[in-house]
Design a protein around this ligand. Structure first.
Ligand code: SAM
Length: 261
């Protein structure tokens, strides 16, 4: 039956995603820099500045991998500027901040924990590493002030389930933000970008990570991901309001956001 066929495909997809990230975990950060020319750093900065994190917040970063987004959130909260706004007794508030990094792949989490140690955040009680699936979160209803997912939702088997889970765990007024590789519609730039993704990225993958196949998969998964407008409507269907998106670099990436009311 077509149902049976779909089941197999989905199982294959989950397994494929698992294999991809297990094989790239150690070279993952380097590859991000090489493939995006360092731009992913700016995109993540933009994501965190849109989130506008605050001391004492409970935040969930899903598909958090090596902790890149979580570290930035924590740094933003602990920044001198932010601290200057606090009273002395608000030091407790800093300690109450909880940033959960949730990822399905323990290898990615282990790389993240190692990086936390290197940054002197090894014993930081605000950072909590959780192995888990975006489609079935192990967190309570209405428990989070914020939810981020960066370059992660594209890999999730049932995007609708992940969005519904995001909505479930957020408190009322809580914010959903998603950074994802998206679609370029600008003529000429689109052709250049297609060439870059279909020819250059797999070649870099082979050269730097010794793994052409995983990066071929990456490019195909970007292709299959819904358009900015379509994804925005999926977020609204999951129950979010004030859904909007911002294109960066002509749509190479987009930041979608919504609020749970
Ligand atoms: N957010 C990090 C960043 O921006 O650097 C990591 C992004 S990485 C491209 C995608 C991550 O999604 C991987 O660490 C992978 O293990 C994770 N992932 C894939 N499917 C997932 C799922 N269903 N639930 C949670 N994490 C998932």
């Amino acid at each position: 039956t077509s149902f049976g066929f779909k089941e197999v495909r989905e199982e294959e997809k989950s397994q494929m995603v698992g294999n991809v990230f297990t094989s790239v975990a150690s070279s993952y950060d380097l590859m991000n820099d090489v493939m995006s020319g360092g731009l992913h750093r700016l995109w993540k900065e933009r994501l965190v500045s849109k989130l506008n994190p605050f001391p004492g917040m409970k935040h969930l970063d899903v598909a958090g991998g090596t902790g890149d987004v979580a570290f930035r959130i924590l740094e933003s909260i602990n920044s001198v500027k932010n601290r200057a706004l606090l009273d002395v007794h608000d030091d407790n508030l800093l300690e109450e901040t909880k940033i959960y990094v949730c990822d399905i792949n323990p290898n990615m989490l282990n790389v993240g924990k190692k990086r936390a140690q290197e940054r002197g955040l090894g014993d930081n009680s605000s950072l909590i590493w959780v192995e888990g699936d975006a489609e079935a979160l192990k967190f309570e209803d209405d428990s989070m002030d914020g939810y981020t997912i960066a370059f992660g939702i594209r890999n999730v088997t049932h995007i609708e389930k992940a969005l519904a889970e995001a909505c479930r765990v957020l408190k009322r007024g809580g914010r959903f933000l998603c950074l994802e590789l998206s679609h370029v519609e600008v003529p000429v730039f689109k052709e250049l970008y297609d060439y870059y993704s279909f020819s250059v990225i797999p070649a870099i993958g082979e050269l730097v990570a010794g793994d052409r196949e995983s990066y071929q998969y990456l490019v195909e998964s970007i292709r299959r991901f819904p358009s900015q407008e379509k994804f925005a409507s999926m977020i609204a269907e999951a129950g979010f309001q004030k859904v909007e998106y911002e294109n960066l670099v002509g749509g190479v990436v987009a930041i979608h956001s919504g609020v749970k009311f």
